[in-house]
Design a binder for this molecule. Sequence first.
Ligand code: CP
Length: 291
Amino acid sequence: MDLLSIDSLSDEQIAALLDAADQFAAGASASDRHEGRIVFNLFYENSTRTLMSFAAAAARLGATPLTLPVEQSSVKKGETLADTALTLNAMRPDALVLRHGANGSVAAVAELMDCPVLNAGDGTNEHPTQALLDALTLRQHFGRVEGLTVAICGDIRHSRVARSNRKLLERLGATVRLAGPPSLLPDELPGRGEIGAAIGGADAVMMLRVQRERLHGELGDGPGEYLARYGLTAERLARAAPHAVVLHPGPLNRGVEIADEVADHPRSLILRQVANGVAMRMAVLDLLLGA
Ligand code: CP
């Protein structure tokens, strides 16, 4: 089994992953569960949270995580993604965690591999483990996901996090509102809107990073302008429900899509999301590595 998309998972598997991750987050021990197994990390795009939490998750399950430093690898000599995948496959890993900038690239690599492949983010397409850890974070805080209203705001157009979260949160019974600057909203995603309206009365506000590396300067706004027009300030957060929590997948552009006082707010769950990243990736690796 591969985890390429939220669509890769049945409702039963999603429920089991949330329950298992809850137990791992509470400290359930699994340190010898996958002893002797090897998990390869192959990241063509930068990462702190996803890479390190997959490595920590593998180690906490007793497996050995091995990370190819792509910048120092034969990728830099021109080796293709397919040849890199076939080369790694010949070393017989027990799982491959892959992040790549091209939509669909992880699914294409999965066709070449004999082991389970986990999507750690493919272009603007999907980031399924991020959505799973976000759902876990909401469920821990509210005791449920069903019935919540979640506003996902910002650079929706480039956001694999928004795509995976929308699929997962709606499957779990939440109402998802998408909002952002007009130039950062894709046509194919319905339900988009103005940020203040989307935040109004919401139980949770998930701000998205402005993905400067994919924007090529096209936003063109001056310093502070994005925050004033589209960012999550304390004034905008006040439009949400009084109990509303703040999420952000990270990394943060402080002072751009989120104000410091909101990022560090008592109702910010941003570091809880990071902690849950290890627990959820333990649950996912445990499922895919099997008995
Ligand atoms: N949320 C997320 O994917 O962060 P990284 O890019 O640091 O992995």
